[in-house]
Design a protein around this ligand. Structure first.
Ligand code: B16
Ligand code: MG
Length: 221
């Protein structure tokens, strides 16, 4: 067993793919005859694709047959994939590579824990895939955050005890999942929204080497 493991969420932590999810969901909403605002898109952060479509259809008061539902899921994802095709390293959020490199230099195992089924191609596009010892994404889980499944699988893959893992998350459900897994949860974003986290930072520029050392030496929650 390794001593400590680090788990990163993708959207909102490593890259801001929420803006592309928004454009693809808004296009679908407009085709179905209603508006979808950036504020409403906040509800979609960290939420599975299927659940997002259910919420979207509720917002537009649209009833769908199973066939329509499946078609719209595919259509939204195809539009989203067209956006992420154009992604490159310039879209990595500030100081994420510095933190990943710091951990890599110390041989700390690193996993991705994301709800997205497109996580691997995104990491490939932005050139960060090689930092990750394990990718746990929407293809590997049966239960969505706030269920701890995604992070528990990641800990298991890294061969680290759950209580010795650190999770970086931008979504309330993600912090709740980290807490349910018994892990140290670090909120990236608005402290008022992510107040259930053990530590809060606006972004990775606020996370310095001495804080990373503190986490490495803490060993468990
Ligand atoms: P996909 P995360 C989440 O990513 C997004 O925040 C959420 O808006 C999206 O619906 C979900 O991934 C599924 O994404 O459609 O690509 O499978 O924050 O868990 O990395
Ligand atoms: Mg996220």
């Amino acid at each position: 067993m390794k001593e400590v493991g680090f788990i990163f969420d993708l959207d909102g932590v490593i890259v801001d793919t929420a803006k592309y999810h928004y454009l693809a969901w808004r296009k679908l909403a407009n085709e179905l005859g209603f508006e979808f605002t950036k504020e409403q898109n906040e509800l979609f952060k960290g939420v599975s694709r299927k659940r997002c479509l259910e919420i979207l259809l509720d917002i537009g008061s649209v009833k769908a047959t199973q066939e329509q539902f499946d078609t719209w899921m595919i259509e939204k994802n195809e539009d989203y994939l067209a956006y992420i095709q154009k992604m490159d390293a310039s879209e990595i959020l500030p100081d994420v590579p510095r933190v990943l490199q710091y951990l890599k230099n110390k041989n700390i195992p690193i996993a991705l824990g994301s709800a997205s089924k497109n996580a691997k191609p995104i990491l490939e596009k932005v050139g960060l895939l090689s930092y990750f010892d394990s990718i746990v994404d929407g293809n590997s889980v049966t239960k969505a955050k706030p269920d701890p499944e995604v992070f528990l699988i990641a800990a298991n893959n890294l061969n680290v005890k759950a209580e010795s893992c650190v999770v970086f998350e931008d979504a309330v459900a993600g912090i709740q999942a980290a807490n349910a897994a018994g892990m140290i949860g670090i909120g990236i974003g608005d402290v008022d929204i992510l107040h259930e986290a053990d530590y809060n930072f606006k972004d990775f520029t606020e996370i310095d080497d001495s804080f990373l050392e503190l986490l490495l030496n803490k060993n468990h929650k």
